[in-house]
Design a binder for this molecule. Structure first.
Ligand SMILES: Cc1cc2nc3c(=O)[nH]c(=O)nc-3n(C[C@H](O)[C@H](O)[C@H](O)COP(=O)(O)OP(=O)(O)OC[C@H]3O[C@@H](n4cnc5c(N)ncnc54)[C@H](O)[C@@H]3O)c2cc1C
Ligand SMILES: *[C@@H]1O[C@H](CO)[C@@H](O)[C@H](O)[C@H]1NC(C)=O
Ligand SMILES: *[C@@H]1O[C@H](CO)[C@@H](O)[C@H](O)[C@H]1NC(C)=O
Ligand SMILES: CC(=O)N[C@H]1CO[C@H](CO)[C@@H](O)[C@@H]1O
Length: 564
């Protein structure tokens, strides 16, 4: 358990491994089989290579002829999957030889543990097949080195997956094709703090927790707070958020500009530091939420906020979810400024209690955790009293303050490790081999209560155990479903139901975890074919060889008929 309270990126891998060790004797293949097997045996047979060589030759000859294959730049504004040819990748070993020369052997690793750690985690919803491993992990130390790596991979047409903290949950870094993993871990420096301008320039492997600790001395803060161990590069990748988003926004609102290396090694800086600019396209937004499919971020300028001078942390238990949700709705309608509003259902409170993460025990009822703050004691008290009043009107069962800084930290940490506590509970009380499916949706706030209650009811009707937690100030909630291996299909159906409900309520299929490998089909339901075809067009324009994190967000290969 102590592991949960440590800090730093290494912890993620250790926690994941600790869960794995638990059931290592009875590993079974991951539930997401798919067409990949066929493809890889095809690959092994050398078929694809042959096809690749022919295509490559054809490509070069048309290119020399002053044209490019029709399917790459069709006479249309979008790229349809059915109009495309399968990508033809080269031999990663060839690229690796060259990379080892460029970087030096000390920045290349091929150990089994390293390859495993860069392919999957226990708590990811989607798992890599045993043969889905990079051929090597490389550790660049500068933008120039990232650019050099991409030049080599572009030339050899070898897939590349960028990797920062490894905490993403939708299979974002599964190496679906044999290629190179770029771990940015050595690029972890805070480069410049401009405290008067409220911005900071960082490298991609700076963790949000390290940044938080660093900014403490300046009384400043950075908004987004996703999973423990997550780093800025990956956070830009998934456009994450966390408990602070209702007040401070998601990554999209908090990144001023990025330096990004494109697929062919070109380096682009999207914006300088001013917060406003009408100078041409805003390319920054293109890379936020692109999950490593368009470029590799090697530097980012981030917006900072002044920390509220006073902040109360409240824990309020309600007899029902409806009461808790109505409290939130009323706060939003009355524009009561909260710095964070988190909802934990009765199951989650039980798991928190059970986990021993907090020194106090809490009522095992639907609970709101709130951060209320201001720049004076009076204004903070004023807001707190108003919230107390609203909670009372909505039948609150208990209302308590976190007294000390330690208790505040502990409470928020308990919320942050909710996923791990849920898994731990499942392993100890349900089945040693219990699996977990974490999923998130967001809906307009007025639709939150019904959507969430129905999801909870469906899960318990199906006889599964789950916790529901939400960044409810944004209408965003998560279900963390525990299931045994033979309940995979059932769980998938429950997730589908939750997503359908969110879409019906004019919501989104993911509020903050991103699409990755797992939500590709759901994204089509949300955005529609044409919007996906437009994304694919952008992808093909920036990365014509389709080497950057292939198969994520949407399909890039007409032969890829794999499900979630
Ligand atoms: C316990 C737990 C709690 C969590 N809670 C939250 C939460 O409250 N809110 C939330 O939003 N998320 C949450 N998450 C999910 C996760 O923390 C976020 O998705 C986070 O943004 C991932 O960052 P990372 O550094 O771990 O990225 P990684 O997993 O390393 O990568 C994520 C994606 O970005 C790409 N990428 C990585 N580095 C770069 C780069 N330099 N340039 C371009 N692309 C890159 C990768 O290829 C991948 O597609 C939680 C996860 C866990 C395990
Ligand atoms: C550009 O886009 C990013 C990401 O959406 C945003 O944070 C930033 O404010 C935008 N910049 C300008 C100058 O509009
Ligand atoms: C799991 O959920 C079922 C159905 O809701 C319930 O009957 C059972 O008690 C729960 N088990 C545990 C260990 O929480
Ligand atoms: C209020 C409440 O139900 N607290 C429980 C929290 O968890 C501990 C340990 O599992 C229980 O003993 C308490 O009853």
């Amino acid at each position: 358990m102590n592991l949960f309270r440590q800090r730093g990126a290494q912890r993620v891998r250790e926690v994941s491994r600790s869960f794995k060790r638990f059931n290592s004797s009875t590993q079974t293949p991951s539930p997401i089989a798919g067409p990949k097997k066929d493809r890889s045996s095809f690959l092994r047979s050398g078929g694809l290579f042959l096809l690749g060589s022919i295509l490559g030759a054809a490509y070069v000859s048309v290119k020399v002829g002053g044209n490019v294959p029709e399917f790459m730049f069709p006479q249309s504004s979008t790229s349809k999957l059915r109009d495309m040819l399968a990508p033809a990748y080269g031999d990663a070993e060839d690229a690796l030889k060259e990379l080892t020369d460029v970087l030096g052997p000390s920045k290349v690793s091929r150990t089994k543990t390293t390859l495993d750690d860069h392919s999957d985690t226990f708590f990811s919803t989607h798992h890599a097949e045993p043969d889905q491993r990079p051929v090597a992990v490389v550790y660049p130390e500068s933008t120039e080195e990232v650019s050099a790596i991409l030049k080599v991979c572009h030339k050899h047409r070898v897939p590349v997956v960028p990797f920062s903290g490894g905490t993403s949950l939708e299979g974002q870094f599964i190496p679906t094709r044999k290629g190179i993993c770029i771990d940015l871990g050595n690029m972890n420096k805070i480069l410049e703090l401009h405290k008067d301008d409220l911005d900071v320039v960082v490298q991609p492997a700076v963790g949000w927790e390290d940044l938080r600790d660093y900014l403490q001395d300046y009384n400043l803060m950075f908004g987004p707070d996703p999973g423990p161990g997550a780093c800025i590069g990956g956070m830009i990748g998934t456009s994450c958020s966390g408990t602070n988003a209702a007040r401070y926004g998601t990554m999209r609102e908090n990144v001023v500009g990025v330096t990004v290396v494109l697929a062919d090694g070109t380096v682009v800086k999207t914006k300088k530091r001013p917060k406003k600019s009408s100078a041409g396209y805003n390319l920054t937004g293109l890379f936020i939420g692109s999950e490593g499919t368009l470029g590799i971020v090697t530097e980012a300028t981030l917006k900072l906020h002044v920390k509220p001078r006073y902040e109360n942390v409240l824990v309020v238990a309600f007899p029902t979810l409806v009461d808790a949700a109505n409290t939130v709705a009323e706060m939003v309608q009355r524009a009561i400024p909260a710095n964070a509003i988190e909802l934990l259902d009765d199951n989650m409170m039980h798991y928190v209690n059970f986990s021993g993460e907090t020194s106090s025990k809490y009522d095992e009822l639907p609970t709101l955790m709130l951060k209320l703050g201001g720049d004076s004691k009076e204004s903070t008290q004023h807001v707190t009293r108003a919230v107390e009043q609203i909670c009372k009107q909505h039948n609150r069962k208990s209302f308590r303050f976190a007294e000390s800084d330690e208790e505040k930290f502990e409470l928020w940490n308990a919320r942050k490790v909710a996923l791990w506590s849920t898994i731990n509970y499942g392993k100890q009380t349900i089945d040693e081999d219990v699996q977990v499916w974490t999923t998130d949706v967001a809906v307009p706030i007025s639709r939150l209560c019904q959507s969430l209650q129905e999801t909870k009811d469906e899960i318990s009707k199906a006889g599964l155990n789950a916790s529901i937690v939400g960044h409810v100030g944004d209408g965003n909630y998560h279900a963390v479903i525990l299931f045994k291996k033979d309940q995979y299909e059932l769980t998938k159906k429950l997730v589908q139901g939750m997503i359908d409900r969110a879409l019906l309520a004019e919501g989104t299929v993911t509020g903050e975890h991103g699409v990755g490998y797992g939500k590709r089909d759901y994204l089509i339901e949300e955005a529609g074919e044409d919007a996906i075809d437009l994304m694919r067009k952008i992808k093909m324009a920036l990365d014509p060889n389709r080497i950057l994190n292939p198969d994520k967000i949407f399909r890039i290969d007409p032969n890829d008929v794999g499900g979630h």
